[in-house]
Ligand binder design. Structure first.
Ligand SMILES: Cc1ncc(COP(=O)(O)O)c(C=O)c1O
Length: 521
């Protein structure tokens, strides 16, 4: 059969992101023509499950009637008008809603409880997020946070006695393996050699600090078990000590870090690396005690993706049951809030519009905003913006998505899906090439290794993750690996049979490519 005409066009002209195009051009691509719920349909009418929510963007499934209707309603009015010199309705309403969500206490379904007073154990501490700067995608959301934090620090921080030119050059600290996007500021914060090393000459210097990758942590003295490495680790929180050391060393140089940048609860593109409970609360406390701003990259983790709270961790890492078991699980929409952390900059994108349109937001505090106020001729303005900032269609989609997200049906659905995912994933431990299974809410990473007993990794050139995903695609399930980690991130509308199919496809794919005698049931 000759290739589909669209495949010919694609092969002739389209350059795909993060793709070795020589490999791409060797075979006919899957061409998606439509979608419904968790299903994507190709031009030949074949259905696939969208097991990574269209690269971590989709929340409620494709063609959700409420989001479609909101976009259609907005289309009848106007699609876009500039935010330079003009305001518009959906962007203003969305900004107010994002501010409410990002400062709210945990969302408690059916709760009749009076709002908690500050000082109670669940009240989010620290700064309020009051100002919203819109942009287009995750990278630009980070770029905005970086530039604001940089300039805010330059304007407000007093030199600590060393040569002032050096003292006012703000420095940033981010996590080993971090990925925050592909624009130059975001790449500067990144620490994935494969993606970032080539551009070293274009970047500004940032420091990295150990991230808590329990499965491969040099301080974890536990032998491999058939369980999430966070749960059987034997350590003394050396990773937290490393953060403390890094901040202390930088302070000694007379130029304390301006900001600490992190993905809360789970680092995505680093390899779906989850943080043990209590880590985030501890390291952000350290950062604050050294005067650093907190920049939370919730591009992947935001909007309910990290699921419900089993327990709330106080500042010393002790857990407390948040609701005494009397209420449904708490589902903060932001991962940071699960550890009672409130950043100074909150970066949102991907799921902001439910995954329907490109839009991003960077939220920050009144204090940061005030540092950019002045008479016109003082030129304190934040000279930054994008043509599509505050896009009306995107904002309308985002408002509809947030409505769905806060509705009882979605809250219940997410809690169920999280439990079902946990149950289904257990079946994968039977595979000797499954080294670690790490789930945070509605996202899971399954790390493939040569042998679970040794944790011996596959070399990247063996393409273990890619081959597993190709074998899953043959079974009607689409996802992309991060190195040798297979990502499962179902849309929230995924049904139990669909979830079972996703996990079964992964199980069978691994059994097939590594020729395990029999795919375990
Ligand atoms: C945590 C995180 N931050 C930032 C980005 C960059 O987002 P975008 O691809 O929309 O620019 C990504 C993309 O995967 C991400 O996972």
């Amino acid at each position: 059969m000759p290739p589909h005409p669209l495949a010919q066009l694609d092969h002739a002209h389209v350059w795909h992101p993060f793709t070795q195009m020589r490999d791409w051009l060797r075979r006919e691509p899957i061409i998606i023509a439509s979608g419904q719920g968790a299903v994507l349909r190709d031009v030949h009418g074949k259905d696939y499950l969208d097991a990574n929510s269209s690269i971590w963007t989709n929340l409620h499934g494709h063609r959700h009637p409420k989001i479609n209707a909101a976009i259609a309603r907005q289309l009848k009015k106007i699609s876009h008008s500039s935010a330079l010199g003009l305001a518009n309705e959906p962007a203003s309403v969305l900004a107010a809603k994002l501010v409410r969500i990002s400062n709210s206490e945990f969302q408690i379904p059916n709760s009749k409880a009076a709002p908690r007073k500050s000082g109670s154990q669940f009240t989010i501490r620290n700064s309020q997020l009051e100002r919203v700067f819109f942009s287009d995608d995750g990278s630009t959301a980070l770029e905005v946070a970086l530039k604001l934090a940089y300039e805010f620090t330059r304007r407000t921080r007093k030199p600590l006695g060393l040569a002032s030119a050096r003292a006012v050059q703000p420095k940033f600290l981010s996590l080993d393996g971090a990925y925050h996007g592909d624009t130059i500021g975001a790449v500067s914060l990144g620490h994935v050699d494969l993606f970032h090393k080539a551009y070293g000459g274009m970047l500004f210097a940032t420091d990295k600090v150990m991230s808590p990758y329990c499965y491969r942590c040099p301080f974890n003295r536990a032998k491999p078990e058939r369980a999430d490495a966070r749960n059987y680790r034997k350590c003394n929180w050396e990773c937290v000590g490393k953060v403390e050391q890094k901040f202390a060393a930088q302070k000694k140089k007379g130029n304390p870090y301006a900001a600490f940048v992190f993905e809360p609860l789970m680092q995505g593109a680093a390899g779906m690396i989850p943080q043990p409970a209590g880590w985030l609360a501890q390291v952000t406390d350290i950062a604050r005690s050294h005067g650093a701003l907190l920049i939370a990259d919730e591009v992947m983790t935001g909007f309910g993706r990290t699921g419900s709270v089993a327990a709330v961790y106080d500042r010393r890492g002790f857990s407390k049951q948040p609701d005494g078991g009397h209420r449904p699980p708490l589902q903060p929409l932001l991962a940071s809030h699960q550890e009672n952390v409130q950043p100074d900059f909150l970066c949102l994108a991907k799921g902001l519009t439910g995954g329907y349109l490109p839009m991003a937001a960077t939220l920050t505090t009144q204090k940061v905003f005030d540092a950019f106020l002045g008479e016109y001729e003082e030129f304190k303005t934040f000279f930054h913006g994008h043509s599509f900032t505050g896009n009306q269609l995107g904002a309308a989609a985002a408002l509809a998505s947030l409505d769905i997200l806060q509705g009882e049906k979605s809250i219940r659905q997410r809690a169920q899906l999280q439990q079902q995912l946990q149950d289904e994933l257990q079946t994968l431990w039977a595979l000797p090439q499954v080294g670690d299974i790490r789930q945070v809410g509605l996202v899971a990473g399954v790390e493939l290794v040569k042998d679970w007993r040794t944790r011996a990794p596959f070399a990247l050139r063996e393409r273990a993750g890619i081959r597993a995903c190709e074998a899953m695609a043959r079974r009607g399930v689409l996802t992309r690996p991060v190195g040798n980690v297979i990502v499962l991130m179902p849309p929230y509308c995924t049904t139990r049979p669909q979830l079972q199919k996703m996990v079964a496809a992964l199980r069978e794919a691994v059994a097939e490519i590594f020729e395990n005698k029999k795919a375990p049931a």
